[in-house]
Structure formats: C-alpha cells, structure tokens
Design a binder for this molecule. Structure first.
Ligand SMILES: [Zn+2]
Length: 173
C-alpha cells in the first residue's frame, strides 16, 4: 500500500499491517541569547563558558541556565583555554553516517582548562598513545574560515605537557 491508497487492505483483501510514511521536517532554529553569544565568540576564536551562581561551576558550552540548579546564568562569561585534559576516550571502529572520518578514529571527552563540564570531540593521535589525563589542544580551521560554528575547531591534538593529575578530572568520568 502507498500513501494514496486509503482502502486499508492489500489487493487480496487482507488487512494492511505496515505503512511506510517517510516524513521530513525542516527546522530553522534560533540560537537564543546565550548560544548566540557563545557562537559569536567562537567566530573570533574565543571559547566562552558561564558560571553557575549557586555552586560556581563553569559550563561549556552554556545553554544559559544551570541544568542542576534550574537557575539562569547572569551576563558573566568565563573565557576558557582551548587546552584541556582527556577524561575518557573511545576508539571508534564502526562507521557512522554523520561522521565522515576514516576508521578507526578516537573520540574524546575533554575537560577544557577552566571548565567544569566536558566537551566531546575527536582526537588526532596514535591509537596506542591516547590515554586518560593526556593533555590536548584544539586545532582550529584557518582563521579566514572561521564562522559562528563549533566546526571552527577541527579536532584536538596531544601537546607536550605532563599528564594531568587523576584527582583533577576524576569527578567527570
Ligand atoms: Zn548550578
């Protein structure tokens, strides 16, 4: 049966049991005040977080309010480093439609310096080298290609710094 056949039965009179009806919804999403500020900053190569007024934790990216305490963040922004620490990682060996990377690749949860929330991204490194506590830094697109998009950061890459102390990131595992 197709979408125009409203008889409710197959040609032989038996009940229709499956109806395929592909639906496409197009959204135009307004970023809102908080995300707009974040995206305008990233177009300048700056990473802005926001601080929860209740416990002082810095959220990045910020959605303008604290999901834990249900309070709105004020206008204060916290400028973060594009360096951070790998909290956890996965080596991906299964293709995904949305991620056009050559397999295998490494996804990482990075705790940016100055932030209290983790950022998921991709790491360019040897599969044998990646480990928890590894220090990494964002690799950005060429400056002339920056837009108001998180895609300005291409991936993270290890940097020559000693591993972070386990205690400094263990609560984010
Ligand atoms: Zn909070």
């Amino acid at each position: 049966m197709n979408a125009h056949d409203t008889s409710g039965t197959e040609g032989d009179g038996s009940p229709v049991t499956v109806l395929r009806a592909p639906i496409v919804l197009e959204y135009e999403y307004s970023a809102g005040q908080s995300a707009s500020r974040f995206l305008r900053a990233i177009a300048e190569g700056r990473l802005l977080g926001q601080r929860c007024p209740v416990d002082g934790r810095v959220y990045f990216p910020s959605r303008g309010s604290c999901p834990q305490h249900a309070v709105t963040f004020g206008d204060e922004v916290v400028e973060l480093s594009d360096k951070g620490t790998i909290v956890t990682f996965s080596i991906v060996r299964v293709p995904s439609k949305n991620i056009p990377l050559e397999l295998p690749y490494i996804t990482v949860n990075v705790l940016l310096d100055g932030a209290d929330t983790i950022l998921m991204h991709v790491l360019d490194a040897d599969l044998d080298d990646v480990h928890m506590g590894m220090r990494v830094q964002a690799v950005w697109k060429p400056r002339e290609e920056w837009t108001t998009s998180t895609e300005n950061i291409l991936f993270f890459r290890p940097i020559d710094e000693p591993d972070a102390d386990y205690d400094s990131y263990k609560e984010h595992i």
